[in-house]
Design a protein around this ligand. Sequence first.
Ligand code: ADP
Length: 383
Amino acid sequence: MDTGTSVLFVSASAADEKVLSILLAGDEAGVGVRLRTAATAQAFYDALYSEESYQVIVLDDQQPWSDWQSVTTACGKSRPNALQVLLTDSGQPERQVAALGAGIAAVYPRNSAGLIALAKLVSRLAARGHSFSLRQDPQASEADTEADEQEDREKLVYAVSHDLQDPLQLARRYAEILNEDFERELGDSGSKVLEHLQFNLGRTQDMLDELLDYSRLENAPSDRRPVDLNELLDEVTALYKLTLDEIGGSITSQQSLPTLVVDRRQFQRLFQNLIGNAIKFRSDKPLQVTVRSQRVRNEWRIGVKDNGIGIAEEDAKRIFGMFERAGSSEDQPGNGMGLAICKRIVQNHGGKIWVRSSPGSGSVFIFSVTQPDDSAEELEDEN
Ligand code: ADP
């Protein structure tokens, strides 16, 4: 007996089939879904009378070989338990009403938005196993009266970055189809435009990924343990070893660094971003990065100093914002999220981050980390 979710896609559109399978593959729950397409009458009846047990049957209402009502009736008779979904031109309310009356459970427009909604529905069903009730309780939105603006902003960032993934993926796939199947029709100038389009879609994807990543950092349960920053710095230095050898740069710590109770992965990322930036924004001089630490009351301050191009005073605050870059960075790869992520990590640890710099004379990025009283005392003894 078959297990897993199986979908019969009754449509003559190979492009829609491709897009639907890509969308399903992009969702964890949709990965295992079996998608069988029937583009002809023969294929449809073969599928209908096969052993496969379909949980969902999707009908495109534009079948070259039959009208959708007859196809629905045939499905209803042979596959009474399958959920039927109709794809139709948007803006046809009469068809929607007729379809729902004919036993179709849902009607989606035959366009990108419809395919996205369909893929979500199938993934949800796959995630739930074989339960097909559409009477799903709308999730009670818990109005948290204490939610402040910051929390709302964070939710918005998450929602935007998460929900834009599907349409963006779809746009990238359409661009790929144009590239693969319509090269001749596009000609040279059309191909050039498509190249720009694909480049920019790729950039948008990178930005969305960073944004999502940033928003997940907020919700990441922080796993705090004592972390020896000397070891952490060695690890990050090892990551950049090839580049440092190539450019003749060095990373040193001015004195033994403390052991702090922090989330190790987040701190590794923090050091990686700061040192990566020092490498990226180096000057003509051989790069020298120096890390030092200082205890100030109940917090530790860590400074990462470089002898790079430096930052103008008017940019010093701005660069910690999302997607903010200073004028000098146009030739360098990046999208201005690195320092926003650093700021988020430091804030997760109850600290602050800032920079002291001026153009041409390098920069010192300083961040503070508050420590629980007792561990701070211990650390003071150790250092
Ligand atoms: P990205 O590196 O992707 O541009 P960041 O958020 O990491 O994004 O940095 C924001 C901007 O801050 C950079 O574009 C650059 O202009 C400036 N910047 C960051 N680190 C340094 C540095 N060590 N020296 C000079 N400028 C820097």
